[in-house]
Design a protein around this ligand. Structure first.
Ligand code: ADP
Ligand code: MG
Length: 249
């Protein structure tokens, strides 16, 4: 069944990873459409981060299939998966603190990689235009010349999202991007995500249910490595099993 072609941007089937016999992800099926913003929720240790690790190739699956635009990702290396169009943001920001916002965006540009270490390369107009657009999207136009270490926590998270956006991935994976953000920053992030999904798909792990309600198309609830429920926010909130294991406490 995993060999047939699919119209989904991402089709995950029977995905399992076992760490010394412990199944952190256990026979998961997950389908994401083009232009969809999918939220994954679930208690700590449910396997949420591990699913993103499997998609981006950081962790190798024990069983199952991950198809991105009908390309099997489970056999590919991390950099190949990035090149195929999957961008991943980790829980803690991994920006270059001593570089400016502009420089952080520049070195993330796919053609800029070769000049890493010598940042004085001639910026062509195309690169400049994309960086300007991204800077505006992530609310950092006025901070372009500021060293990243002086940004607020929320701005650092946005910068890292921006560093993904300059690569124009078709699928973006975000692991708890609003953790530690102020209310205002959360609101701005919700608006940013709604902009992003106009052009690409997003899978986001999130705990804050108010935030989830604001952004989600569909919500997938993970529990002990398995999918407990999958549906609209309303369906999830009225699901008895979900209330019991997750929303109840
Ligand atoms: P979540 O993100 O939902 O909180 P994780 O995906 O980080 O959960 O972890 C799921 C489970 O898998 C946890 O019990 C965690 O300890 C375990 N786990 C994750 N990665 C590894 C690994 N590389 N080796 C062993 N166990 C792991
Ligand atoms: Mg996690």
């Amino acid at each position: 069944m995993a060999t047939t072609n699919t119209d989904y941007l991402l089709a995950i089937e029977d995905l399992t990873v076992s760490f010394d016999g412990f199944k952190a992800v256990d026979a998961v099926n997950l389908y994401v459409d083009q232009g969809e913003l999918r939220v994954i929720i679930g208690p700590n240790g449910a396997g949420k981060t591990t699913i993103l690790d499997l998609i981006c190739g950081k962790t190798k699956s024990t069983e199952g299939s991950i198809k991105f635009k009908n390309q099997e990702l489970t056999n590919m290396r991390e950099h190949q998966i990035v090149r195929a169009g999957v961008g991943r943001k980790f829980q803690t920001p991994s920006i270059y603190e001593n570089l400016t916002v502009l420089e952080n965006l520049e070195i993330s540009y796919p053609w800029g990689r070769t000049v890493f270490g010598s940042l004085k390369f001639k910026r062509d107009e195309k690169v400049q235009a994309r960086i300007d657009k991204v800077a505006e999207q992530i609310y950092l136009t006025d901070q372009l010349d500021m060293e990243a270490e002086f940004l607020s926590h929320g701005q650092k998270q946005w910068l890292e999202i921006g560093m993904l956006l300059v690569q124009e991935p078709e699928l973006i994976l975000l692991d708890e991007p609003v953790a530690g953000m102020s209310f205002k920053e959360r609101e701005a992030t919700a608006a940013l995500l709604k902009e992003i999904v106009k052009e690409r798909s997003v899978i986001i792990i999130e705990h804050d249910m108010e935030f989830v309600a604001r952004i989600a198309n569909r919500v997938t609830v993970l529990h002990m490595g398995k999918i407990l429920a999958d549906g609209t926010m309303e369906e999830i909130q009225s699901n008895e099993k979900v209330k019991e294991v997750y929303l109840g406490h």
